[in-house]
Design a protein around this ligand. Sequence first.
Ligand code: HEC
Ligand code: HEC
Length: 237
Amino acid sequence: MEKRVTLSIVLTLLAIVVLGAYINFEPDRQVAAAQRQRQEAVERGAPLFASLCSGCHGQRGEGKVGPMVAGGAYLQRRGIQAGDPNGMRLAEIEMRKTIARGVPKTVMPAWAVEEGGSLNQEQILEIAYLMLYGEEKDWHKVETLAAGGVQQPFVATGGASDPVSQGRQIYEAKGCNACHGPKGEGGVGPALPGFSEAQITTQVRTPKGTMPAFPPDRLSNDEIKALAAFIESLPKK
Ligand code: HEC
Ligand code: HEC
């Protein structure tokens, strides 16, 4: 009898110790896991930002046609302290909405698939994390990718074999759609139907106006051919 009481006391104490250790340990583990997941998302956001956003927001997110979005600039404009959990959550929600829907009456396009753009919600979150949590090394990667051309293997190998569909994929992957509209109808840049392959080549290699250049390591001659085929296929007004 006495033995059993002792045993159950020992077991109860043991359970308390184990539970206590778990309660102390678990939050640390969760925080570490969340941080790792966030860093992975930031890294996936880098090539997306390089190919789709850097033309207007700068190769380091320092701002160009659109405002600076790197290094806490987005938070500073809203008076949010970096690291304040509630502020960060609000900033994340607002930023995702802005990326998804664009800014009406400005050249900032809507990016969500639901809004006629090319990004799913996960990709939007990844880019938002880059802008909210990205560090110097992450922006360095964006700059390298943007300057050296983002390799998008799905463009070359992505199922489509006819030049027009390939051209459509390239048009979206290289971000032409952001400035010339999803169907080439015009936006920041002019409507594209009617431009010849020669005119397109001249413009992408040695652009006039504010359009960024697309050197051969960013856009090959074959890709320009496919783009021209796609633009040729667009309905003329
Ligand atoms: C064609 C140019 C252009 C492209 C491409 C572009 N943006 Fe913008 N963006 C702008 C402009 C201009 C504004 C400012 C709109 C305004 O006046 O409020 C803006 C605003 C924003 C803002 C809000 C900034 C703030 O503090 O309110 C975010 C966030 C943003 N862009 C993210 C992105 C992301 C992410 C991408 C790529 C997926 C992208 N933008 C691509 C032009 C562009
Ligand atoms: C950041 C915005 C932006 C992006 C991205 C962009 N363009 Fe442009 N584009 C412009 C602007 C602005 C002009 C008008 C330049 C001018 O005439 O001042 C233009 C002009 C053009 C023209 C007309 C050239 C002419 O002879 O008048 C063609 C063709 C063109 N772009 C093709 C493309 C293609 C193809 C891509 C993708 C590989 C692309 N653009 C990406 C902004 C952009």
